[in-house]
Design a binder for this molecule. Structure first.
Ligand code: A3P
Length: 325
């Protein structure tokens, strides 16, 4: 029997099994053999019980903020690299391994009653994420926030402009959404990033290949913006979390901001920053009509999907379908 030093052995192994170069991390505590060789100081309790998966620009930061007010809910520590979100399952961070991921979570004081979570808004539409998330967190609950995809696309475009994206700055919204295959590759790439996350049913179906329907909750993002206390009640029920936290008392509407905020102890509102709930001109009617048609089929698919799952239809979906069909 021949062997090699560890690094060469690993190189040899991956020559023989190249398909295993891309890891699929599983929970070490779900397999006795893995647990037995794992360090005694480590625990699988430092993993989230639920994920807020996005998509971007639907109110995910507000949801994150409201969730952290709950006494039994704990979020991840912020990541300095990725603007607070961990973004573990979607990109190169995944290759840093599960120890890296677990470092973002505290040791829970009571693993059965504490609910840890993280929010990374581009998990929703990144192809590899559901498979990876299900491998490590097979029992996790998954929360997605959906607003009218037409509005989402516009908010995203405004976000890109605010971040000085040159392509967004040099093109109108209509030019972005209606770009044809003869447009520059940069414009086409921006268009795809603007429009693809809004094909909600397609992305949700991918999640449902890896998670049970009962693990998934679709939140109406318009309701979250207008009436967050009711939405937070539904989320607490879905998570099965105790104690029940009264968001009617914890939140207040701020007229100046035009959004719901935390009611602090001195009775003043604590709101999200200027980059959430931006002020920008209304969408032009031409873009709205174009996008309503663009998303019609996707919205119909979402209607069927939510019906099948027995989940409430978002108000914006009913309205959008009434207006376009
Ligand atoms: P706009 O800035 O375009 O208005 P995300 O956090 O997923 O990026 O979503 C940002 C959007 O959340 C904002 O988009 C805003 O409309 C919406 N939102 C919903 N509730 C909010 C709240 N309480 N405070 C600020 N923004 C909120």
């Amino acid at each position: 029997l021949q062997t090699l030093p560890p690094v060469q052995l690993a190189e040899k192994y991956f020559q023989i099994f190249p398909e295993e170069r891309d890891p699929l991390w599983q929970n070490p505590c779900n397999d006795k053999r893995h647990k037995d060789i794992w360090s005694k100081e480590k625990t699988c309790d430092r993993l989230p019980k639920f994920l807020v998966i996005g998509p971007q620009k639907t109110g995910t930061t507000a949801l994150f903020f409201f969730l952290t007010l709950h006494p039994a809910i704990t979020s991840n520590f912020p990541s300095p690299v990725t603007f607070e979100e961990i973004q573990f399952f979607n990109g190169q961070n995944y290759h840093r391994g599960i120890d890296w991921y677990m470092e973002f979570f505290p040791f829970p004081s009571n693993a059965s009653t504490d609910f840890m979570f993280e929010k990374s808004a581009n998990y929703f539409d990144t192809e590899v994420v559901p498979k990876r998330a299900a491998a490590l967190l097979p029992h996790a609950k998954i929360i997605s926030v959906l607003i009218n995809p037409v509005e989402r696309a516009y908010s995203w475009y405004q976000h890109q402009r605010a971040h000085q994206d040159p392509v967004a700055l040099n093109h109108t919204f209509y030019q972005v959404v209606s770009a044809t295959p003869s447009a520059s590759p940069e414009l086409q790439a921006l268009q795809s990033r603007c429009l693809t996350p809004g094909k909600y049913a397609m992305h949700l179906n991918r999640w449902l290949q890896h998670f049970q329907a009962s693990q998934l909750l679709v939140v109406d993002g318009t309701q979250l913006r207008l009436n967050p206390a009711v939405v937070m009640e539904g989320i607490q029920r879905f998570l099965g979390i105790t104690p029940f936290f009264n968001y009617t008392q914890a939140l207040m509407f701020d007229e100046g901001k035009g959004f719901w905020c935390q009611r602090t102890e001195n009775g003043r509102p604590k709101c999200l920053g200027k980059n959430k709930g931006r002020k920008y001109p209304e969408m032009d009617p031409e873009s709205r009509t174009f996008l309503s048609h663009f998303y019609l089929e996707h919205n119909m698919d979402l209607l069927k999907l939510l019906d099948r799952l027995g989940q409430a239809l978002p108000i914006w979906l009913r309205e959008e379908l009434q207006n376009t069909s």
